[in-house]
Design a protein around this ligand. Structure first.
Ligand SMILES: Cc1cc2nc3c(=O)[nH]c(=O)nc-3n(C[C@H](O)[C@H](O)[C@H](O)COP(=O)(O)OP(=O)(O)OC[C@H]3O[C@@H](n4cnc5c(N)ncnc54)[C@H](O)[C@@H]3O)c2cc1C
Length: 252
């Protein structure tokens, strides 16, 4: 079966932080997806719009939300990055195929969730976490126990960027943490200014400060491939995360 090609209006394209754009698309009426999945944008070449190539972008909105949200970090000189920065405007049409991907939340695990991301890698985690908070997780056959597990499962989100200018959604995440006592947001800035009072260093330096016991953790990594490769290695070789509890999406 071929995946349908959708043509939809771009509702918003705005700079969210240094080199990071938020793209909002109208959601096609028949479009469904599972949090964590991505679509393939059909990206035209600046100099020859008939030359189109696919680029993968994770959906940051939840299936319940009316629009499709994407968080995109520009790569200098990249085809899609040039298109997003210079061409794509609200009111234009975008073509995409999808959804694709198996980077999904394990909704059956009784373990706590640990999300680790850098930059735009936070996109699919927004979708997973908000969706998880709205829908009960069926970890156990008895409905009462399932409800209890939903409320008590600890969720840690480690979000790494280089500096303050690259940060976004900080207030929304902190608000979410205030509303949900089982949700904790941790920021890691690798090249912060002197004014930064939070954690300094890469995401992996923050992990041991949050937990040393990974036996009860279901771990998700998303972001640039250098980070996901390094942290995956730490998870499996040093922290004792079980292979089946580790889920990785590298933004190649
Ligand atoms: C499953 C998946 C989901 C993803 N989700 C997201 C997401 O939600 N958000 C996000 O920001 N990214 C995401 N990505 C990454 C995304 O798909 C693109 O790879 C990224 O946006 C760069 O695309 P681009 O067209 O701008 O760059 P490309 O054109 O692919 O180029 C990448 C880099 O290589 C350089 N380059 C290209 N050609 C050459 C050449 N011939 N010689 C030397 N250098 C060259 C470019 O200058 C650029 O810096 C995802 C990737 C995957 C696999």
């Amino acid at each position: 079966m071929t995946t349908p090609l959708y043509t939809v209006a771009c509702l918003k394209n705005r700079l969210l932080a240094s080199d990071v754009y938020e793209i909002v698309l109208k959601k096609p009426a028949n479009f469904t997806f599972t949090p964590g999945q991505f679509v393939l944008f059909q990206v035209p070449l600046l100099k020859n719009p008939k030359d189109v190539q696919p680029r993968a972008y994770s959906i940051a909105s939840t299936p319940e939300e009316e629009e499709l949200i994407f968080i995109i970090r520009l790569k200098s000189g990249g085809r899609s990055s040039i298109w997003i920065e210079n061409i794509l405007k609200a009111g234009m049409y975008v073509q995409f195929q999808g959804p694709f991907g198996l980077f999904l939340l394990d909704r059956t695990t009784p373990k706590d969730y640990l999300f680790i991301c850098t930059g735009a890698g936070i996109g699919p985690f927004r979708s997973m976490i908000l969706d998880h908070m709205k829908r009960p997780v069926l970890c156990h056959p008895e409905p009462k126990k399932a409800q209890h597990d939903t409320d008590s499962k600890r969720i840690d989100l480690i979000f790494g960027v280089r500096n303050e200018a690259e940060l976004f959604w900080q207030e929304d995440l902190q608000e979410l943490a205030q509303k949900h006592e089982n949700f904790f947001i941790h920021l890691a800035l690798s090249k912060a200014s002197d004014q930064w009072k939070g954690h300094r260093g890469r995401v992996q330096t923050l992990v041991p400060l949050i937990t040393k016991d990974f036996s009860n953790k279901n771990v998700y990594l998303c972001g640039n491939p250098d980070m996901t490769t390094e942290v995956k290695k730490l998870c499996l070789e040093e922290w004792g995360v079980r292979k089946e509890d580790l889920h990785v999406e590298g933004y190649m």
